[in-house]
Design a protein around this ligand. Structure first.
Ligand code: SAM
Length: 412
């Protein structure tokens, strides 16, 4: 192991500080841009990692994390730096992924100001908990080791103490639980307990007890049908949420994300729009108000059920269940055309999207991304099919973390 002195230049997508030694990039956990650090350097896989031995110069943006679990919990890895720096680093992460993986010219598009919410903590309306012995916890930093958490300040107020109180309420029944999913909307809370095996009478009894405290509870056995207790479907405006279905984690910034992404589609009420990875219809109904027709595709049966219920009475929306890219291929083979396309894939992105989307001849394509690298790879495929970047806007749904949502609007 050798020691080096480095200056940290920026933060990487992984959240680590980035410096250089001997012409090679070194990733340094916990170090901030502008800091001078002495590090022990080790080769880990194909990259160099530096462990800070001494801070020679610290950044004025460094601060004491608000949560006592910072540094151990995998949830909020950027608490040690101000929100303003977090946001500027997120812009750099997305632009540099687009440049390095997407062959993209940052001067060729309009960069809109990053949107953020009022709350730097207390914003997360959804979480997944993992049992740690008789308690619940989150994955630890950079690992799948679990860190016990009784209270989490990143969660919305009605959820903050739930990891602890839920573990207390379940008692020994927690040993049958693989995961617990929490969701909150309008102060109401629902949870799903994903079980290691079938629903046992004891777990059913616990679920009934929990509903008396006002919780909605879904028991999801490892095979077979779920059982619901109390109110498990919550309302976020016209959109319906359930604990076991995907929902954007930050309600306040999500509202701005929906407005921004739909705005970027450039609709005037006459267009036919294809929406891929539609989930519970988070974007669908806002698109439908500005389009002639929307065809929305989603793979998850539970999300689709929520979307279809919410769509009762909405005449210009049709939901289809299936794999987004297979359905896109089918539509192209049928010779269908759409004026605009919105895609919001999971972290893996939508490999092959460019060639397939081009066959539908859309004038606009808006890509909503939670992973900058997947966005950049898919954007490269879209650029090679004649799509041109028009605007990029970031929505900071996840303060205190390296995560961000990016909306890239393209034209063809
Ligand atoms: C990032 S979420 C976005 C959902 C929704 N647009 C929203 O804002 O809440 C991605 C969605 O893609 C769905 N999904 C994942 N793989 C898919 C596939 N191959 N085809 C269609 N949908 C898929 C997931 O179930 C999830 O609802």
């Amino acid at each position: 192991m050798r020691q080096e002195e480095l200056t940290i230049e920026r933060l990487a997508k992984s959240g680590d500080g980035v410096g250089h030694a001997g012409g090679r990039t070194v990733f340094v956990e916990g170090a901030l841009p502008g800091e001078r650090v002495r590090v022990n350097v080790a080769e880990v896989g194909r990259v160099l990692r530096g462990e800070v031995v001494h801070f020679l110069e610290q950044s004025a943006d460094r601060r004491v994390p608000a949560c006592p679990l910072a540094g151990r919990c995998g949830g909020c890895d950027w608490q040690h730096v101000s929100e303003a720096v977090q946001r500027s680093q997120k812009v750099e992460i997305v632009l540099s992924a687009l440049e390095h993986l997407g062959g993209f010219d940052r001067t060729a598009l309009q960069l809109l100001p990053t949107v953020h919410g009022e709350k730097a903590l207390g914003y997360r309306r959804r979480a997944v908990l993992h049992p740690v012995g008789r308690r619940f916890g989150f994955f630890g930093r950079g690992s799948h080791d679990k860190i016990e958490v009784d209270r989490c300040p990143a969660l919305t107020e009605p959820l903050q103490a739930l990891p602890g109180t839920l573990a207390d309420a379940l008692g020994t029944a927690i040993k049958d639980v693989e995961q617990a999913h929490l969701i909150e909307a309008g102060g109401k809370v629902a949870i799903s307990l994903h079980l290691k095996g079938p629903v046992k009478p004891k777990t059913r009894q616990k679920a009934e007890e929990l509903t008396r405290g006002g919780l909605g509870v879904v028991l999801v056995p490892s095979a077979g049908h779920s059982e619901s207790f109390g109110k498990v479907e919550l309302l976020d405006g016209e959109v319906r949420l359930r604990p076991e279905a995907f929902a954007q984690a930050n309600a306040e910034v999500n509202a701005a994300l929906v407005t921004g992404a739909v705005e970027a589609l450039g609709l005037d009420g006459t267009q036919g729009v294809l929406e891929l990875y539609a989930g519970n219809g988070n974007f669908t109904f806002a698109i439908a108000r500005r389009a002639a027709q929307v065809l929305a595709v989603e793979a998850s049966a539970i999300s689709l059920q929520l979307a279809q219920k919410a769509a009762a009475g909405v005449k210009n929306v049709r939901f289809v269940q299936g794999d987004a890219l297979k359905i896109l291929d089918g539509l192209a083979k049928e010779g269908q055309r759409f004026d605009a396309v919105l895609v919001d894939p999971p972290r893996t992105g939508a490999p092959g999207l460019g060639k397939l989307a081009a066959r539908l001849s859309p004038k606009r394509l808006v890509y909503v991304a939670c992973d900058p690298a997947a966005l950049a790879r898919d954007a490269e495929g879209l650029f090679s099919q004649g799509f041109r970047p028009v605007s990029l806007q970031l929505f900071d749904l996840f303060p205190q973390t390296r995560h961000v949502e990016a909306v890239l609007a393209m034209e063809r």
